[in-house]
Design a protein around this ligand. Structure first.
Ligand code: ASP
Length: 443
């Protein structure tokens, strides 16, 4: 097969939660011979009240680590896999694997090792079902001594292995440390493995299969049935993800972005849907001026006033030093001629308000200063905004019509985003108004 045509496909936990889902996954994988490398998550929730196998493993290991009995909890995990194997009617027994894992639990093999077994076992089952090879990432995906993922070493090990492999299933979520102990990525980390595998085999595309048909322009809890995003650039995604829009693990971007490989978010339950393409750059003009809207509540603003601030050299630095000294990270810093506002995450300021204000007073001697809480930030993101005239005008007139008071405006230098600050109680109204203005009226 032509190595240029490789597609890496990753299936999330809900896509592999039970035998029914396994069948859909097999249909998808086998429908396209280019889908040669499959990255699998542990079985996720089968219904809303269910527990993910990864969480079952964490709970079980916690008991083992305390020296308590964990047989019942372990049996429940075995059951999840055995149910899948039985319903798929495959000739496979995991009994030896279960024994080895149980032994390792009893001998405190580590929390990361424990969590990783969900992906490990699920991939053995999927490999058998598909008739693919099984590749254990412990030997290929490597972290350095500090626990940071090591892309260079990983590539040097994984690339030749993939080159020599026709088709394989690779467990997501983990790799190993220089001393060969298992280490996992943070939660949701199978996305990262998919991206690493795509990088290592120079895939044409990384398909990330999940339970939604890609990104939506806006949070469906705020706007009914929002339109999907068909194409988004990595930079736009970064802006939206920062504001809390999640579908993909943040660290999954880097390895594919670096290699110029697009990601296609697809829905295992609706494979015919186009999903969302995440690309480095695109000539495709977006259908709407904006690509997406995302926002978060829970910000505070420190307003500082001082006569002749504009002429005071180092004023901004001193304000930021005061925050740094108190270990508070700032989000935005819009300024006027004699005013400056610093926006911070409220949580990071709790209990430190007085210390921060005292430090600013000591360093900057402001005329007036106050902290305002209950601010929400909304990011309006879109590569189309750079070219479209009047975007800001439309945005603010939409907000004015919705009677939303805008407390802060910050346009990124890339002209890719406008971030506005509003009262938390106006958050939903403002988001809806922006959606209506840029999506409904442009349809
Ligand atoms: N199973 C892991 C988790 O639940 C990793 C993943 O699914 O991506 O976080």
């Amino acid at each position: 097969m032509d190595n240029k045509d490789i597609k890496v496909v990753k299936f999330g936990g809900s896509s592999l939660a039970d035998a029914g889902q396994f069948k859909k996954v097999a249909d998808i994988v086998l429908a396209d011979p280019a889908r040669r490398f499959v990255v699998a998550s542990a079985p996720g929730k089968r219904h809303s009240g269910d527990t993910k196998v990864t969480d079952m493993l964490y709970n079980c290991y916690e008991l083992a680590a305390k020296g308590e009995k964990f047989d019942n909890e372990f049996t429940a995990i075995e059951q999840r896999f055995n149910d899948i194997i039985t319903a798929l009617d495959i000739d496979l027994s995991l009994a030896d694997e279960f024994d080895a894992i149980k032994y390792a639990f009893a001998h405190r093999a580590g929390r990361d090792y424990a969590a990783s077994r969900g992906e490990y076992l699920n991939s053995i089952v999927l490999a058998k079902y598909l008739g693919f090879e099984f590749i254990d990432p412990a030997g290929y995906i490597r972290f350095d001594e500090t626990g940071a993922f090591d892309l260079e070493t990983t590539r040097s090990l994984l690339a030749p292995k993939l080159l020599a492999t026709e088709k394989a299933v690779i467990p997501g979520f983990y790799g190993s440390m220089p001393n060969d102990t298992i280490k996992t990525f943070s939660r949701g980390g199978s996305d990262v493995t998919g991206s690493i595998v795509a990088n290592a085999c120079s895939a044409v595309i990384y398909e990330n299969w999940t339970d939604v048909s890609g990104f939506l322009i806006c949070d469906p809890r705020i706007v009914d049935d929002p339109k999907p995003i068909t194409t988004i650039t990595y930079r736009e995604l970064r802006e939206l993800a920062y504001m809390g829009a999640t579908v993909l693990h943040e660290d999954a971007i880097f390895p594919v972005r670096k290699a110029g490989i697009p990601i296609n978010i697809k829905n295992t339950n609706h494979p015919e849907d186009r999903g969302t393409f995440i690309v480095s750059d695109t000539a495709e003009t977006s259908r709407y001026t904006i690509t997406g809207i995302a926002g978060k509540k829970g910000f505070s603003v420190i307003n500082i006033e001082k006569d002749m601030m504009n002429a005071a050299v180092g004023f901004g630095r001193n304000v930021l030093r005061a925050l740094e000294k108190n270990d508070v990270c700032f989000e935005h810093m819009p300024s006027g001629i004699d005013t400056m506002s610093v926006i911070v995450n409220t949580e990071s300021l709790i209990g430190k308000e007085k210390a921060v204000l005292d430090e600013i007073t000591f360093r900057c001697h402001p005329d007036k200063m106050e902290i305002e809480n209950n601010l929400a930030l909304i990011a309006v993101v879109g590569r189309g905004m750079r070219k479209a005239r009047g975007t800001a005008g439309r945005l603010f007139s939409a907000l004015a019509h919705a009677r939303v008071n805008v407390k802060m405006i910050d346009q990124g230098s890339s002209e890719l985003n406008i971030i506005i600050g509003v009262e938390e109680e106006d958050f939903e109204t403002a988001t809806k108004a922006i959606y209506d203005m840029f999506v409904l009226t442009e349809d």
